[in-house]
Ligand binder design. Sequence first.
Ligand SMILES: Cc1cc2nc3c(=O)[nH]c(=O)nc-3n(C[C@H](O)[C@H](O)[C@H](O)COP(=O)(O)OP(=O)(O)OC[C@H]3O[C@@H](n4cnc5c(N)ncnc54)[C@H](O)[C@@H]3O)c2cc1C
Length: 482
Amino acid sequence: MRINKLVLCYSCAILSVSQSQILTKFSSCLNEEGQCEKRKIAIIGGGIGGTSCAYWLRKSAGDSIEIDLYNYGKIGGRIAVVEVNGKFYEAGASILHPDNLYMKNWAEEFGYKKRDSPDDRMGIYNGVEFVFEESSWSFVNYAKIFWRYGLDPFRLNSHIKDMLSKFSKIYQLQDSGKAFETMPELITAMSDEFSKQLNLTFRPFLKEEKGFHERFIDELAAAVINCNYGQACEEVNAFVGSVGLAGAVPNLWAVNGGNFQIPQMLAEKSNSNIISAKVNHITINPDGKYTVQATDSNNNLFNSTNHYDAVVLALPLISNDLSLTIDGVDLAPHSGTYQKLIATFVRGKPRAKTFGKEDDHLPDSILVSETRLLIKSLGKNFDVNWTKSSPEHDNVYKIFSTQSIEEAQLKELFEEIKEKHEVHWFAYPKYKFDGVSKSTSFKIADGIYHVNAIEWAASAMEMSAIGGRNVALLLLKDFDVQ
Ligand SMILES: Cc1cc2nc3c(=O)[nH]c(=O)nc-3n(C[C@H](O)[C@H](O)[C@H](O)COP(=O)(O)OP(=O)(O)OC[C@H]3O[C@@H](n4cnc5c(N)ncnc54)[C@H](O)[C@@H]3O)c2cc1C
């Protein structure tokens, strides 16, 4: 009997010697009858952060835990596709860096292929003219880049290489079981330099610390940050700025068939009970456990019958759209303003003249360096199953803007519009320092964790995957399961 109990209850084996011992909530799974009950965890949010957390929890704790994964909408959250003329296009997170190890390893483990990428030409538009345009010939490109920006692009490569080499330390730290209570602690553990970058705005960092020239910052860096984070180099911190610039180097990739497949497979592998519902309120019960109140897809209110030992919030706490409350817990210090972003998909033909071009030869990807313009970027899009071997495709363009594009404005941008779709996002934090100190703790209260604290360093799929693993490690440390 005792042997059975120890096998069933490996995480509290040491404590199970005396059943009369006073046991803390997390250090034991024994119930009043001395039986080992599985610990129950509610994860709220089924994006890459929540599914990563579920996956790592299951991997480390095996059958000793039960996971309920609450999510509204499709699994994947901000990793999602939109249908245009019968084909699917990435509407949210679209590109990954080759050094994003978790995403890369999962894609390999789950047998997903990398998507073919078309050879497209990029141009930087400043609101008046194209200040830089790539050529279809790589040797011409080198000459053009060198002519316009001198050695700065090479400086950029070495800065990104150095950053990624420091960043890779997080994988060793997490493999060895290290968990962090706050986002700055996690970032600083990779490098002290990163901690400095969190507190510096991007422009002075690039100029004064790294020696980049004004022209490179005003054009290339500004266009990349405007397109990737909808903000200016004066607004974002140097860490998120560098993460954004890492998205401008070659060899970026995406999952053939859609990036959303990774969170979907993580959810499946985690063997969680997936509950399609929106959580509105979390109650802390007298026994110290948590219950969850939610509305299902038919808007019916229901209370969970499960009493959870811990709750993981794997969703952005958006102060401009906060609908979740927790008994006795003020979520305001943990929430912040998120950037509204609209992805407009148009099947048609852009109007070259609007961009100051007399010929029809527009770059395939237009990055806008002037943040005050309505659009942040306009680029030709290829569906998630496009291959180089069957290269035919529809002329579908994706525009990022912070406001809806009105009909008249769209007609100015396109000479032909066959079809239009809008996807609205609260896309990523507004990084501008507003003088209010913000909590970036992965632990909001006893037993309540928050994956998206990591987004205040930088928002990206890999960042949320890392945040998810950190919360899994933190929670298991509290449960005394290592
Ligand atoms: C347009 C756009 C482009 C981007 N491009 C890139 C890119 O190219 N590369 C990159 O790496 N990153 C990119 N990102 C950022 C990336 O998408 C995010 O950083 C990442 O996907 C966040 O994942 P998450 O799981 O933390 O949050 P989310 O994906 O937001 O997941 C949260 C989930 O929780 C659910 N939810 C919220 N509230 C509740 C509730 N009360 N009850 C139940 N469920 C709830 C939501 O429906 C959602 O499914 C982009 C983002 C956007 C919007």
